[in-house]
Ligand binder design. Structure first.
Ligand SMILES: Nc1ncnc2c1ncn2[C@@H]1O[C@H](COP(=O)(O)OP(=O)(O)OP(=O)(O)O)[C@@H](O)[C@H]1O
Ligand SMILES: [Mg+2]
Length: 379
């Protein structure tokens, strides 16, 4: 019945610590192209882990899967899946099943006794539902809507909490996917990017994505939205708690800029468009930090930088781990960055993980030299 994935066998010595991030047989195809294929990876708290590999190896796709921009490949037999979900639920989390039933009944009642009469009342000169389609049909529709609302609340979870993912975090086949992504003990699969951000994973992009016509400080403050508490009502009226939040967010953004040195603080009111490439990269990291993540994903953070800027980036990436206690997953082409910085390196080639190990092991791995260094040298 319910099948559990065999545990991936990580190359590193098994530590007593629990991994912060686990990729289980991660797969993603685009049409016929297997961009990522059965990749297993464990990232432990406070590690700096690098993903390297030739162009098109699938590195960015791994980030896009983790952050919810893409979903892993779905499994084919959806109807068998539903039955398995309910069977698992009934045995493992009967209370949750009860909650789902309650949500469904409450949803149906809400529609039947409040929404439909209200609708009929407002639109009675034009249309009366019961008269138009009959009482039985209205009842069926409202029940269906109620169950739909209830199911969504349950399977997707309220506010991205993903109840279902918490019931079966290690069973991707029950989740409906061939792979799984576990963060801090919970599955991320099915969460939208903002849900992933709220759980504590922030990222930067291979091609910097900043608001060019906003200031440095405003760009960093954008990252704080995931944590801001002020609601729409108080923001419109600019109630005291809103201005309070704004002040807090400003001072936090300045604190984050100060991490990169006084010259970044001095440029707080500069429009991003006027910054150098290296400075933009810093602002993008500061924006990611603004959401107070536990795990930071950096996609080629030194691309386009000269040697001095690269050396500087290596220093602050290490400080992100040492001073801020972050765990970092890094995609990087430059060997002088990955080799000096990483606790562990995973190598992708044509979507598959072909090697994993300490930097020195990777440097001497024949397959890696052939796939990565060899092909690059040939180019
Ligand atoms: N949305 C998409 N639709 C179709 N194909 C895609 C999509 N995203 C990525 N791919 C393909 O998947 C493969 C892996 O791409 P990906 O961007 O993950 O590679 P990468 O390792 O990050 O490469 P690079 O070092 O050039 O950044 C490539 O062949 C790419 O063309
Ligand atoms: Mg890429």
């Amino acid at each position: 019945m319910t099948q559990t994935m065999p545990a991936p066998a990580p190359a590193e010595a098994q530590t007593a610590q629990k991994p912060l991030l686990e990729l289980w047989h991660l797969s993603k195809s685009f049409g016929g192209l297997a961009a990522v294929s059965e990749v297993d990876l464990h990232v432990y708290p406070n590690e700096i882990v690098s993903i390297i590999g030739p162009n098109g190896a699938g590195k960015t796709t791994v980030f896009n899967l983790i952050t919810g921009l893409y979903r892993p490949n779905a499994i084919k037999n959806q109807s068998a899946l539903l039955a398995r979900k309910f069977a698992t639920l009934a045995t493992r989390a009967p209370l949750l099943l009860g909650l789902w039933l309650l949500c469904s009944v409450a949803g149906a009642a809400l529609f039947q006794f409040i929404v439909v009469p209200a609708f009929n009342f407002i639109f009675s000169p034009i249309v009366n539902f019961e008269e138009l389609i009959g009482q039985a049909a209205t009842l069926v529709i409202t029940l269906a809507l109620g169950f739909w609302v209830g199911s969504n609340a349950f399977f997707k979870g309220v506010a991205g909490r993903g109840y279902w993912g918490d019931v079966a975090p290690y069973e991707p086949d029950i989740m409906g996917y061939t792979s799984n992504i576990i963060f801090d003990g919970h599955s991320l699969v099915g969460l939208a990017p903002d849900g992933v951000l709220k759980r504590g994973i922030a990222r930067t992009f291979q091609n910097i994505r900043l608001f060019n016509n906003m200031t440095v400080l405003e760009n960093v403050q954008v990252g704080m939205n995931a944590r801001l508490r002020a609601d729409l009502f108080s923001s419109i009226l600019r109630l005291p708690n809103m201005t309070g939040e704004e002040k807090k967010s400003r001072s936090r953004a300045l604190e984050l800029l100060a991490f990169f040195g006084p010259e970044m603080v001095a440029r707080q009111d500069e429009l991003v468009i006027n910054l150098s490439y290296a400075e933009k990269r810093r602002v993008e990291i500061a924006r990611a930090l603004a959401s107070s993540p536990k795990l930071l994903l950096l996609d080629e953070p030194t691309a386009g930088m000269n040697d001095a800027e690269t050396a500087d980036a290596v220093k602050y990436i290490r400080r992100l781990r040492d001073e801020m206690g972050l765990t970092i997953l890094l995609i990087e082409h430059k060997l002088q960055v990955t080799m000096g910085l990483s606790d562990k390196i995973a190598v992708l080639d044509y979507g598959k993980k072909i090697a994993q190990g300490l930097p020195a092991e990777i440097q001497n791995n024949e397959q890696v030299i052939e796939a990565y260094l060899g092909r690059k040298a040939a180019v």
